[in-house]
Write a protein that binds this ligand. Structure first.
Ligand code: NDP
Length: 480
């Protein structure tokens, strides 16, 4: 049995309460680790350590902070295989995916912000011959970072790296469902020589540790990625305390396929955008709108490709889709497939629990589902399922496509597939989303603003946006 510990003040520690949480391997359904069931007292200890570390960390030269964070990046890379195995075991995702996407990106997050911080400049505004203003961007103090289970280390480090690079100390909480790689990150930080208290990782339930971070009076900024309902709860606590908030929330992303698209390339990427990571990515395109002249051809080719996706042991290279992250999540996904049927949808393929032979016999596998025949207004098409379930809908006009694409409470990301450049620009402008991809999906440049509108969130991550969030702006005005 693996024992995961908190990382507080530069050392590993058991939870003060002495309580533990079972951690399951989704591919087998078995408990393989225990994680701390920490509580407010552990968060308090972490905040105190962070406060003590802050004066020295914020005054360290940027070059010094950069060197330490690049060392963290290097050590993650050196232990790539170990991290990838841990991520796959914890989350059920194929190990090849963790090896090629999740873990390299976690290392890149550190390297990106470690080097970005060396290139920061701030503005000056001269008021005629009267005064000179210059802008300081100063670290905030102790930042709280809370992340979800779907891309565990990738999203965890996407918050921690800019917060630390900007000179803040951090109290961070990974999802209790997937704590393993955050624990390995603690080891890496100790080996890299990160000063005690600069980063603190507290494991535990959202309602305990997450809520304690959110409510802590000495944490003035919270960066959160997770579900919309949790984001709303965090906002309710943080708003009267006037905390800075960055909320990256749910999505119900549209994929718009026009008849003039490059068919094979579109098919390949729309398949990936639908089912990567078992559909458990906030950016997955779960509502696929296809222009009517292409509809039947696209549907038949798409369904045939989906049937070929191998569902099975995440350790096998041939596996296209691994296990869903938890039994509760699997039940939620299956309940949405039942709902789709009740709402009059036709399940063209998948949507069943899959029994995998051998070591994965007890695992939480669901075959990828494609559903048609539903109106865009029904619950299946309005609520985030966050699993391997997509719907197909035909459209006749651009107006109709736009109305349906924009017709949910969410506004995270869209992808548009067309050869018509003017149409691509029209849709890029009119889609109510934080991110629009044209003839591509999840093509990420870490300098670009990342986030959503409507119920998909508030604020942006990435590049300078993240460094701005993790600093407080101060104007200094000098009379000339
Ligand atoms: P949750 O909102 O359930 O949890 C996210 C994190 O918040 C977890 O660490 C969780 O802890 C913690 N948490 C739970 N309750 C509270 C609380 N009251 N106060 C503070 N923290 C709390 O999301 P999931 O983990 O289920 O992740 C899936 C969701 O994340 C989906 O909706 C998805 O769309 C969204 N997401 C958004 C992304 C974006 O960039 N917009 C990217 C990826 C995912 P614990 O798990 O330990 O309970």
């Amino acid at each position: 049995m693996l024992y995961i510990q908190n990382y507080i003040d530069g050392g590993l520690a058991d939870p003060l309460s002495g309580g533990w949480i079972d951690v399951h391997e989704p591919a087998t359904g078995r408990v393989y680790a225990q994680a701390p069931a920490s509580a407010a007292a552990d968060v308090d200890a972490a905040v105190r350590a962070a406060q003590n570390a802050f004066p020295a960390w914020r005054s360290m030269e940027a070059e010094g902070r950069s060197r330490l964070l690049r060392r963290v990046a290097d050590l993650i890379e050196e232990r790539l295989e170990e991290f990838a195995q841990a991520e796959s075991r914890d989350s059920g995702k194929p190990v090849w995916l963790a090896r090629s996407v999740d873990i390299p990106r976690a290392s890149r997050n550190f390297r990106f912000f470690a080097t970005a911080i060396l290139h920061v400049s701030s503005e000056a505004h001269q008021t005629d011959d009267i005064a000179l203003n210059y802008t300081l961007r100063q670290p905030i103090g102790v930042a709280g970072c809370i992340s979800p289970w779907n891309l565990p280390l990738y999203l965890f480090t996407w918050k921690i790296a800019p917060a630390l690079a900007a000179g803040n100390c951090v109290v961070a909480k990974p999802s209790e469902i997937t704590p393993f790689t955050a624990f390995l990150l603690s080891e890496v930080c100790m080996e890299a020589g990160l000063p005690p208290g600069v980063l603190n990782i507290v494991h535990g339930l959202g309602g305990d540790v997450g809520a304690a971070i959110t409510a802590h009076p000495d944490i003035p900024a919270i960066s959160f990625t997770g579900g919309t309902a949790t984001g709303a709860a965090i906002a309710r606590t943080a708003a009267p305390m006037f905390k800075k908030l960055s909320l990256e929330l749910g999505g119900k992303n549209p994929t718009l396929v026009f008849a003039d698209c490059a068919f094979e390339e579109t098919l390949d990427t729309v398949l990936r955008s639908a089912f990567s990571n078992q559909g458990e990515i906030c950016l997955c395109g779960s509502r696929i709108f296809v222009e009517r002249p292409l509809y039947a051809r696209f549907r038949d080719a798409f369904v045939s490709r989906v049937r070929d996706l191998a569902v099975g042991d995440p350790l096998e290279d041939a596996t296209g889709q691994g296990a869903l992250v938890s039994e509760a999540h699997m039940e939620k996904v299956l309940s949405y497939i039942a709902l789709a049927r009740e709402e009059g949808g036709t399940v063209l393929c998948g949507g069943e629990r899959v029994a995998v032979e051998g070591r994965c016999a007890g695992g939480w596998f669901v075959s990828p589902a494609v559903i048609e025949g539903l109106p865009f207004t029904c619950r299946t098409n309005q609520e985030e399922i966050f699993g391997p379930v997509v719907t197909l809908m035909p459209f006749d006009t651009e107006e109709e496509a736009l109305t349906m694409a924009n017709g949910t409470p969410y506004g995270l990301a869209a992808s548009v597939w067309t050869s018509d450049l003017r149409r691509a620009h029209r849709f890029a402008g009119a889609l109510q989303m934080g991110i629009v991809w044209v003839n591509c999906w999840m093509l990420r440049d870490l300098r670009t603003p990342f986030g959503g509108v409507k119920q998909s969130g508030v604020g942006r991550e990435g590049g300078w946006e993240a460094l701005r969030f993790f600093t407080e702006t101060k104007n200094v005005c000098i009379k000339l």
